[in-house]
Design a binder for this molecule. Sequence first.
Ligand SMILES: [Cu+2]
Length: 109
Amino acid sequence: MTIKSVFIILSLFILAVPLIIQTSHAESVVQVKNSSQSITLDMQNMTCAMCKFTIKKALQGVEGVQKADVDFDSKMATVTFDPQKTNSEALINATTRAGYPATVHSSNN
Ligand SMILES: [Cu+2]
């Protein structure tokens, strides 16, 4: 084996590594999607723009919550969560404890 062929084999290996990493990353993203559910909550007691940070923090503190977005203008919270770890009742309990009772937005029913 010449030095040149060793170099070519090494180059091919180095080029393949990012592909392997990308593939495994793509698989984990799909797995997250399969165990995700999104709901929208109608929030009560939102009186100012800062309230959304309090609500967001309360939602993110619930185990299984992957993403929480709160919109002050519409007074709605959109939550993405793992349905095997939590549910809408637990999410509403968390916001209620923080001072913001909520109901599941009707379009989810
Ligand atoms: Cu406020």
